[in-house]
Write a protein that binds this ligand. Structure first.
Ligand SMILES: [Zn+2]
Length: 310
């Protein structure tokens, strides 16, 4: 079923990364720029990151893991102590936009400026220039890969075009893409917020983690890549964090799983390409030069008008 899995180090059958996106209240201010500062109820839910991040860093230390945390650079400016805690734990701090803005809504020059500014801010706060990028809400414009490559990023973990790492080739250079999927995101499983209009029924952690474990077990069986995309204010809550510990211990005991930061996984893939021991699939971006197809404006929104009808 898996056509071209990369060779993983030390005979591992699967590479795994439990990554966290430390969005904090950036998403609230993006969604509600006029009165987000007055919505303290929502802020308290999102600023729980300040409780959860140290807890996760401590958990990783206990389990002997170094992992990747994606941080909007506005959050790094506003909560530098949180980023310093992550960096001090030996973890990778990677970029996740400035205020969690969606790439396709930005003009190319504005997108370029925010990518550059984010790298500058994270370098200043975390002590190291970021090598990786995750598009906020998986947003990725037709120019994002080119802009990231030109800025010196080595990898993205934003797109969903494969099960295993692949290469994004652009006029500005190449990136390794470490693909993600909504199935490994904790937002659809657990997020419940009036202010951001997302309502998942509350349920036991095990029900959500069943989805992640199904993905993980298949990645282990077939030699793939498993990347969790979780949020401290969602999965760092007590009962869920306890389940995370159990799930990681399950993976560690199962054996054959290579836990690494995404930077390490991207570097491994790049080295394998350079050594000629692996040839990944290459996507050349952008996919098109313009609107596809050129339909009149009144065709817009038909999928919304007919949900589920493809
Ligand atoms: Zn995010």
């Amino acid at each position: 079923m898996l056509a071209n899995p990369p060779p993983w180090p030390n005979g591992a059958t699967c590479a795994a990364a439990v990554t966290f996106d430390v969005d904090s209240d950036s998403i609230l201010h993006l969604e509600h720029p006029d009165d987000g500062h007055r919505r303290l109820g929502a802020q308290s839910w999102l600023r729980y990151d300040q409780v959860a991040v140290p807890r996760i860093v401590e958990l990783y230390a206990r389990l002997g893991l170094r992992q990747t945390f994606f941080v909007p650079s506005w959050c790094a400016e506003r909560y530098p102590e949180m980023v310093e805690t992550i960096a001090a734990g030996g973890h990778e701090v990677a970029a996740h936009g400035y205020l969690h803005e969606l790439a396709h809504t930005l003009e190319p020059e504005r997108e370029r400026e925010l990518i550059h500014r984010s790298a500058d801010i994270l370098e200043r706060v975390a002590g190291r220039r970021p090598r990786g990028w995750r598009g906020p809400l998986y947003s990725f414009s037709d120019r994002t890969a080119e802009l990231l490559a030109a800025e010196g990023y080595a990898y993205s973990s934003s797109l969903m075009g494969d099960d295993v790492p692949y290469v994004l080739s652009t006029a500005g250079g190449e990136l390794v893409e470490l693909p993600v999927d909504w199935a490994n995101d904790d937002w659809p499983q657990f997020a419940n917020t009036v202010d951001l209009e997302w309502h998942t029924p509350t349920r036991a952690p095990e029900r959500g983690y069943e989805v992640f474990e199904a993905e993980l077990d298949t990645a282990i069986a077939l030699g793939g890549l498993w990347i969790a995309v979780w949020h401290p204010f969602v999965s760092g809550r007590l009962a869920r964090c306890d389940s995370i510990a159990g799930m990681i211990e399950y993976m560690q005991n199962k054996g054959g799983v290579w836990f690494a930061t995404l930077e390490e996984i991207a570097r491994h893939v790049r080295n394998a390409i350079d050594a000629g021991s692996h040839t990944p699939r290459v996507d050349r971006l952008p996919y098109s030069d313009g609107r596809v197809p050129a339909l009149p404006a009144d065709h817009k929104g038909q999928m919304k008008a007919h949900p589920g009808g493809c």
